[in-house]
Ligand binder design. Structure first.
Ligand SMILES: NC(=O)c1ccc[n+]([C@@H]2O[C@H](COP(=O)([O-])OP(=O)(O)OC[C@H]3O[C@@H](n4cnc5c(N)ncnc54)[C@H](O)[C@@H]3O)[C@@H](O)[C@H]2O)c1
Length: 279
């Protein structure tokens, strides 16, 4: 997809972090922007900011883990904008950082619900619309460096992001078989300074099973510190993503060094070595 001006971009998780940076970039390219997010106040603030730059913006409150919310997002988009050319399935939550057997059923449901089902619904609902339009389009699924490596104490998040990587790869092959005009990219950042360290703010009460413990609060603060040290900003990630879309690049790695860890994991597998620990 080379032309962005006057096209329609739908961005889930668009009220904060990488999603907001993608929205700013889409607006700067002259696109109509549809922002979808679960967080009302942040969604309204993001839309106000973009509108002040002159961009046409539609906001849709949406919990991406719910099929009917994503279906409503598509319906609202088509009604207001008449089509969709770029869908960024970006909404995601950071996982609980506990040992694999310590994550609760509700931890798994929350993380897989948003990070995996959110992308499944986005692909399931928006791809047929884009194919029917028969125009150039692109799908960006936000995975993570965690979609290629297996760090200790990251099970729900790592499982969710590995799923997004393979879902995107299969989608790529299926669109190629159709000779579709719709491209796919999988966005795989490492540490980027966003609000993901505080993802629990959007965790539905029904999927909470205990109040945050002191140990969990400490781990959350550690993650925040790591994110703040990240040298690549959300704006950098958005710029690399748009460059990737324009060049129909599938894998987008804003942090090139992560490829060393991926290489080690791949070699472990091919050489039948036990897994090397990733920091
Ligand atoms: N920040 C990083 O270091 C990093 C690294 C790798 C991957 N990612 C991925 O980037 C994506 C964006 O995260 P971010 O870092 O910008 O975090 P963020 O918390 O700043 O933004 C995430 C957005 O998603 C929204 N959201 C959460 N649950 C939702 C739901 N059920 N339905 C709709 N919206 C929902 C939040 O309200 C928020 O606006 C995520 O998929 C995340 O896993 C982030």
């Amino acid at each position: 997809m080379k032309q962005f001006k006057d096209k329609v971009a739908v961005i889930t998780g668009g009220a904060s972090g990488i999603g907001l940076a993608l929205a700013r970039r889409a607006a700067a390219e002259g696109m109509q922007v549809v922002l979808a997010d679960i967080e009302d106040v942040a969604l309204a603030a993001a839309a106000d900011e973009l509108r002040r730059t002159g961009a046409p913006v539609l906001t849709v409150k949406c919990d991406v883990s719910r099929a009917e919310d994503v279906e409503n997002l598509a319906a609202q988009t088509l009604k207001a904008c008449g089509g969709v050319h770029l869908i960024c399935n970006n909404a995601g939550v950071g996982g609980v950082r506990v040992k694999t057997w310590e994550a609760s059923a509700k931890d798994w449901q929350w993380v897989l619900g948003v990070n995996v089902w959110g992308v499944i619904h986005g692909v399931r609902v928006f791809t047929p619309i884009m194919l029917r339009q028969d125009e150039e389009g692109h799908i960006v699924n936000t995975a993570s460096a965690a979609g290629f490596v297996s760090m200790a104490a990251t099970a729900p998040y790592a499982v969710s992001k590995h799923s997004v990587v393979t879902l995107s790869e299969v989608l790529y092959h299926d669109l190629q078989s159709e000779q579709a005009k719709v491209g796919v990219s999988v966005l795989c950042p490492a540490w980027v300074g966003t609000n993901i360290w505080n993802a629990q703010r959007n965790r539905p009460a029904a999927l909470l099973d205990h109040a945050e413990t002191e140990a969990e609060r400490t781990r959350r603060e550690q993650v925040r510190a790591l994110l703040e040290k990240g040298k690549v900003t959300a704006a950098d990630v958005a710029a690399m993503t748009f460059e990737g879309i324009a060049n129909n690049r599938f894998y987008i790695f804003p942090h090139p060094k992560i490829r060393n860890d991926i290489r080690t994991r791949m070699e472990d597998i091919l050489e039948l070595r036990n897994p090397t620990r990733t920091a």
